[in-house]
Design a protein around this ligand. Structure first.
Ligand code: GLV
Ligand code: MN
Ligand code: MN
Length: 438
């Protein structure tokens, strides 16, 4: 069987851009810090469901068959010429952080949709089916664990555990999935796709600074998230002598400074650490803080350095307890190892970028992605495009141009079609069906 050449086909930049703008209206809010319109579409909130409904409608109009798994992950399928072959999957997420722009995750989903719309209007049938995934709670800001949906889809996290996770108000993932009718019949872990490819805005300054159009993502750095519950004792700010204080606020400040010193020491490689949340109780001017809940986000491209960081942080927490008299309960809420994408997937993205005349460079992702989870069951890869304004992201100022978005999705289109036209025999005969030989 021969397959139509698609090398001359390009996606519709305006259609992609207007889809991004339309989805960005759902959950839009006025951001006080930037004065811009931002996006707040936390996972499984009503705004997220509105976003899903909009995209589901577009998927149905594109002729796709929709299935949903037990974690509410959506898979929209376009039939292949040999439809029983494992599909090539594209995907990402449309949930957002509380102060987002319009690109993070949405580009991967709407770009995948644009690939399918383009193939439809050019009457291209690929050998293998295509699937477009929307994963549940990639951001992790509502339920506290990032890449939650794709981690369950890939079998790294257990469904039953994921369903019981609660948000700050005590509402569980299960409750929200049930409320929205999102517990589907596709079993998790899912059957591995033949390959997985995701396009994403870089969310950092590297590609723009190097004036490259495409990032060939070589891997994703390790992520560890911790929640620290610090318990001291409330006391009068004026009448309590220093020796009688057990100041949870002081302990939190010591930990924050220590993390920064660990980063600056250089001892842990390219470590980054962020205390993004700090809730203090009773949070009043003249009372020594009794309790602090703080989060720690640690990143490191090197797994050994990450382990060292974690053990040194634990040791420091014990020192803080001794020095301040507080007690600290530490809970790990998310933990992913560094991921290296297969060389062949990287070569495919690089070759495709070159064929399209784009400059590219290899890059390690600072952010976590669903591709990192799917990489444990299928050959996975990622295409990055540059963002403006130092690549700022998780912020309404996040921005990439219509042209840059189209560049990334044209790479996605060509690379996905190449994968989807890989013949069946000889490759899978020797494998369980998920190995890829390019
Ligand atoms: C996900 O967006 C992350 O925090 O890296
Ligand atoms: Mn993302
Ligand atoms: Mn994000």
């Amino acid at each position: 069987m021969t397959h139509p050449t698609v090398s001359h086909i390009r996606i519709d930049q305006d259609r992609l851009w207007s889809s991004l703008q339309d989805l960005g209206e759902l959950g839009a809010y006025d951001d006080g810090e930037t004065g811009l319109r931002g996006v707040r579409r936390l996972a499984l909130t009503d705004e997220d469901i509105q976003g899903r409904q909009l995209v589901l409608g577009w998927m149905e109009n594109a002729g796709l068959t929709i299935r949903i798994d037990q974690m509410g992950n959506i898979y929209a399928r376009r039939a292949g010429g040999s439809d029983s072959l494992p599909p090539v999957m594209m995907g990402s997420h449309i949930d957002s952080v509380g102060t987002a722009g319009k690109f993070d995750g949405c580009l991967g989903v709407l770009g995948g949709l644009e690939v399918i719309r383009t193939l439809n209007e050019n009457d291209v049938v690929t050998l293998r089916p295509l699937e477009l995934a929307i994963f549940t709670e990639e951001e992790g800001v509502r339920f506290g664990t990032d890449m939650l949906g794709s981690a369950v889809a890939a079998g790294r996290l257990l469904l039953e555990q994921a369903l019981e996770i609660q948000d700050r108000d005590g509402t569980s993932v299960r409750t929200e999935l049930e409320r929205h009718g999102l517990i589907g019949d596709v079993q998790v872990p899912i059957t591995p796709p033949y390959a997985y490819l995701e396009c994403h805005i870089e969310q950092g300054p590297i590609l723009a600074a190097a004036t490259r159009q495409i990032g060939v993502v070589q891997g994703i750095q390790a992520i560890t998230w911790k929640e620290l519950h610090i318990t001291g004792r409330a006391a009068h700010a004026g009448a309590t002598p220093q020796t009688l204080r057990r100041n949870a606020g002081l302990a939190a400040a010591m930990i924050t400074v220590q993390l920064n010193e660990m980063v600056e020491s250089g001892r842990y490689g390219q470590m980054l650490a962020t205390v993004g949340r700090h809730d203090s109780y009773p949070n009043l001017i003249n009372i020594v803080p009794a309790k602090v809940l703080m989060t720690v986000d640690m990143r490191n491209p090197d797994g050994d350095s990450m382990r060292l960081m974690e053990s040194h942080l634990d040791r420091y927490l014990a020192e803080v307890e001794r020095a301040t008299g507080v007690s600290i309960a530490s809970r790990t809420t998310a933990k992913t190892p560094p991921v290296a994408f297969p060389i062949r997937m990287r070569e495919l993205v690089a070759k495709t970028a070159t064929n399209l005349g784009f400059s590219y460079m290899e890059i390690t992702s600072g952010a976590g992605h669903d591709a990192g989870e799917i990489a444990s069951i299928s050959p996975a890869g990622m295409v990055f495009i540059p963002g403006l304004y130092d690549g700022i992201s998780h912020n309404p100022r996040e921005y990439s141009t219509p042209e840059a978005c189209a560049d990334g999705i044209n790479v996605l289109l060509q690379a996905v079609v190449e994968l989807a036209n890989h013949p069946a025999v000889s490759l899978e005969a020797h494998t369980s069906g998920s190995a890829l030989v390019l």
